[in-house]
Ligand binder design. Sequence first.
Ligand code: G4P
Length: 174
Amino acid sequence: MNYAAQTLLERIKRDGQINGEVIKVDQFLNHMVDPALIDLLATDIAAQFAEKSIDKVLTAESSGIMLAQAVAGMLGISFIYAKKKRPLTMGEHYAAASYSFTKEESTTLYVSKEVLHPRERVLFIDDFLAKGSTLKAAEEIIDQAEAMLVGSAVIINKSPRRDIYAILTLDDLQ
Ligand code: G4P
């Protein structure tokens, strides 16, 4: 386990809670946020993708935003956060629905055609990967844009998928 993973694990044990498959991280990641921790996690993720010629980082509102900003800053590129409500000012757009099993609700993600373009190489970032529905919606949006998903990175991967870069998996938390 690398330094970022060890630090996060210790923080979860100190300030968080693990209730089966639900991990409480609202003291440092997704309600109150520790920017130094975010930077440490982002450094690890940015290093993984530094040689992949990423053009844009893509995340979804809202908890992925802090990490996406930090990673994009380190890669020297912009990040997009897909919106869950379409603003009146958003003209032509891509949209994809995602069902959250954690929250038992369906949401639609919107990305303006002005910010994501054909052939752009995209890195998807999020805090948790649970059932993968947010990632699936992001993939649909990337397809609609004729852009390319080059990789995905999350802080905690709760799914059995191993084709996604994660700082921690559920196994690490047992
Ligand atoms: P999926 O996208 O991978 O299918 O996951 P799912 O819909 O089941 O859950 C995604 C939402 O639930 C995300 O928030 C994510 O942050 C949150 N989530 C999932 N597992 C956990 C967990 O173990 N602990 C905590 N604290 N949150 C979890 P969201 O709906 O995208 O909203 P937002 O909070 O980012 O605004």
